[in-house]
Design a protein around this ligand. Structure first.
Ligand SMILES: NC(=O)c1ccc[n+]([C@@H]2O[C@H](COP(=O)([O-])OP(=O)(O)OC[C@H]3O[C@@H](n4cnc5c(N)ncnc54)[C@H](OP(=O)(O)O)[C@@H]3O)[C@@H](O)[C@H]2O)c1
Length: 200
């Protein structure tokens, strides 16, 4: 399959691209470091990326920013940033991408563990991750031409915890997380929240 990976330079996206590369053709895209550049927060930039890349069998998004901060300190601008970037960015990737995905192709989005397992400081992230799960279930019902829509819900990634100087013992390696995207791509489910490592 020809697979557009948005966020291909990131911790999860690079592991996904590596996991796919043996069996699939990966087209990397990201904000600044890939040949195909896209800003998820800007629908025009998403349109331009699709025009550049053309027809693909699947779109995987392993990108999307949201702010981790105490609820009391989150401003309306902070919430708007999270909604425009991680939530609407991925919603628009699906809406604007239908015409570029082949019959029975698929979209795989990225949510996260905070949708179901909240923690202090994660309110804005829980909001967008839960929104992505709801959107995925509904968009799958209306997707044309048997196109599938799924969302992977990664737990904390070991490499991310290490980069943040946090305890890595509860982390899941990016390579393990990547296998959930491969399962979603090569499987037949739609409208699903795809668990990583059977944790959900
Ligand atoms: N890592 C974790 O522990 C974890 C856990 C649960 C969920 N998640 C979710 O998984 C996703 C990826 O996380 P990650 O840790 O792999 O991120 P990361 O290492 O920070 O990588 C971010 C990727 O997204 C791209 N990007 C950044 N801003 C963008 C924008 N406005 N438009 C398009 N692409 C943009 C970056 O492109 P450039 O490199 O070109 O700038 C890069 O490829 C995020 O949505 C995150 O919330 C991560």
């Amino acid at each position: 399959m020809k697979v557009l990976v948005v966020g291909a330079t990131g911790t999860i996206g690079s592991a996904v691209a590596a996991a796919l590369s043996a069996r699939h053709e990966v087209i990397p895209a990201s904000h600044t470091k890939s040949a195909h550049k896209v800003d998820l927060a800007d629908p025009e930039s998403i349109r331009k990326m699709y025009q550049e890349v053309g027809r693909v069998d699947a779109v995987i998004c392993a990108a999307g920013e949201a702010k981790f901060a105490p609820l009391a300190s989150l401003t309306e601008d902070d919430f708007q940033f999270c909604l425009s970037n991680k939530l609407m960015g991925q919603v628009n990737l699906v809406r604007l991408g239908f015409d570029y995905v082949t019959d029975a192709g698929s979209f795989i989005l990225t949510g996260g563990v905070l949708a179901q397992h909240p923690m202090a400081g994660g309110a804005a992230i829980s909001l967008v991750n839960a929104g992505l799960e709801g959107f995925t279930r509904a968009a799958a019902l209306e997707a044309p031409r048997h196109i599938r829509v799924n969302v992977v819900s990664p737990p904390w990634v070991t490499e991310t915890l290490a980069a943040l100087g946090m305890d890595t013992s509860q982390g899941t390696p990016a390579a393990t997380v990547a296998r959930a995207y491969v399962r979603a791509l090569e499987g037949s489910g739609s409208g699903e929240v795809v668990a990583v490592g059977g944790d959900r």
